[in-house]
Design a protein around this ligand. Sequence first.
Ligand code: SAM
Length: 302
Amino acid sequence: MLLRSLSLSRSRLSTASRDTRRSLVSRSFSSSKEDPPKFDAEMVAVYMKIAEQHTHPKGPWPLMTKAVSEKVGDAPFKMLDIASGMGEPARSIGLALPKGEIIASDVSEDMIVKAEASLKDVPNVTPLLANAEDLSTIDDNSMDIVTCCYGYMFPADKDKALEETFRVLKPGGTLIATTWDRVDMISIAGDIMEAILGHRPPPPPLNPMALSEDGLFESMVVKAGFQNVITEKSTYPFDFGNDHGFQLKCGTLLIKYKIEELGAEEVAEKTFFECVPKYTTTDANGHMILPYNTFQMLTATK
Ligand SMILES: C[S@@+](CC[C@H](N)C(=O)[O-])C[C@H]1O[C@@H](n2cnc3c(N)ncnc32)[C@H](O)[C@@H]1O
């Protein structure tokens, strides 16, 4: 319902001022009956710490920003960022390339509220509530660039999401998307859940590793009509700091609610500190480092 109320008509989306668009988003959210989920300050700090890792020079946000910059040069451009979460990489790209007119979209109302806050100081990026599977508020052939960082793993109909991406891109436009190949946080979470349950649980329905199989995402992109598909891999570290309590919170972030539901905090803590040597190193400052997080960055043209 909220999505419908927020659905700007195509002409409005292309002509409405940034402020008008922002207030449309705000009004719709303030009328929502449900409160967004609440995180205490510590949980927010854990989330922010994990997000901060993606700014590593070999992480996805700098590499995607560089890829867009190489594509557009000094020219003005229109860009849609899909599954922006709290606004990335739209925010990084908007700051680096002020001639870009950028939409930061996400299916989650809660994320769009957070994106609104994080994008306040970036005048060329506008948040939009939109499902990647239905981008009907965006014109055909209207975008020079579509970006998506760690997003295509989640739509129920991934082929539809790629068809929609193809539709909104101009002929000759570029898709730049990152998907996970290896995330040791997920392996740690699997080890902990195995210790709690006595067996390894199946992957969750929203599975960050859903496109990690070699060649799978490329074949889906080609099926959607894209050409000139190029992929590159990058590995970057996660730094969980030197405080044991905070390390535990980072390492169990993905299964926090499951652990609480099962009352399994003690087993989780014991298993975490037993299993981390398999996945981590310690740097000179005593920080716990997960060195091998690996993603694939795919570029393709319409
Ligand atoms: C791992 S986060 C990535 C966020 C951000 N791009 C980043 O790099 O930090 C995945 C995001 O995908 C969004 N998402 C999941 N399914 C979606 C869909 N069908 N359409 C659009 N966004 C979706 C989620 O709400 C979440 O914000």
